[in-house]
Unconditional design. Structure first.
Length: 177
C-alpha cells in the first residue's frame, strides 16, 4: 500500500467510498449522497491549499478503481477549521476507508501520512470532530496521537437520533512552546 495526492480521476472512487456512510451510517453528518460533479469539485478544492491523500493498494479485487485504474482503498483530507484568519494554522481532518479494506492498517497509514503532510505545509494543529459512537475512528485517532479536547452534546441529528460529537486534537509535538 502507498499514499499519494488525490487526482480528479479519483472522484468516482471517493464518491463510492463515502456515499455508503452518508446514506447508511451516522459517521458522516452529510444527509444527501455526493454526486460525481460535487465530488470532483471537492477534489479540486483539496488540490490547492488544503489536501487529500488516497491510499492505493496492490490487489485489484479490493477497493474502488481510481485514477489510472489504481485500486483506491481510502482517503484522508484536511480542510479549513474556521474561516476567521487567526484560525489559519489549524485544519480539520477526516478519513474514510473502503468497507472491504478495513482493519488492515489503511486508516492508520492515511492519518499518519496526513499529519506528516500537514506538518510539512506548516499547519500547527489538526482537529477531528467524530460522532461519539464511532469507536473505530476514536481509537484510530488516539493511536495516531490525538487527544480528547471536548464533547458537544446532541449537536447532530440523523436517522431520527440525537448525536454527540467528540472533538480530538493533534498539536505538532515539536512546535509546542
Ligand atoms: C474509522 C476507519 C477510518 C478506520 O480505518 P481502518 O483502516 O479500518 O483502521 P486501521 O486498520 O488502520 O486501524 C488502526 C487502529 O484504529 C483502531 N480501530 C480501527 N477500527 C476499529 C474498530 N472498528 N474498533 C476499535 N478500534 C478500531 C485500532 O486501534 C487500530 O489499531 P489495531 O489494529 O492495532 O488495534 C474506518 O473504519 C472507516 O472508514 N469508517 C467509516 C468512516 C469513518 O468513520 N470515518 C471517520 C469519520 S470521523
Amino acid at each position: 500500500m502507498r499514499t499519494r495526492l488525490v487526482e480528479v480521476d479519483d472522484a468516482r472512487a471517493l464518491m463510492n467510498i463515502l456515499n455508503p456512510e452518508v446514506i447508511e451510517a451516522s459517521v458522516s453528518f452529510d444527509l444527501v449522497p455526493k454526486s460525481l460533479e460535487e465530488q470532483r469539485d471537492w477534489i479540486l478544492e483539496h488540490q490547492s491549499t488544503h489536501l487529500c491523500l488516497v491510499a492505493v493498494g496492490t490487489d485489484d479485487d479490493v477497493g474502488e478503481r481510481g485514477a489510472r485504474d489504481e485500486p483506491v482503498l481510502g482517503f484522508a483530507s484536511f480542510s479549513p477549521f474556521r474561516e476567521r484568519p487567526a484560525y489559519a494554522t489549524t485544519v480539520e481532518n477526516s478519513v474514510y476507508v473502503h468497507r472491504g479494506a478495513r482493519g488492515l492498517g489503511v486508516g492508520e497509514r492515511l492519518l499518519n501520512d496526513l499529519i506528516a503532510s500537514a506538518k510539512e505545509s506548516g499547519f500547527h494543529s489538526l482537529i477531528a470532530r467524530i460522532v461519539g459512537e464511532n469507536t473505530g475512528s476514536i481509537r484510530l485517532h488516539e493511536k495516531c496521537g490525538f487527544t480528547l479536547v471536548g464533547t458537544e452534546i446532541e449537536v447532530g441529528r440523523k436517522h431520527g437520533r440525537w448525536l454527540d460529537v467528540v472533538e480530538y486534537q493533534y498539536v505538532m509535538p515539536d512546535l509546542r512552546p
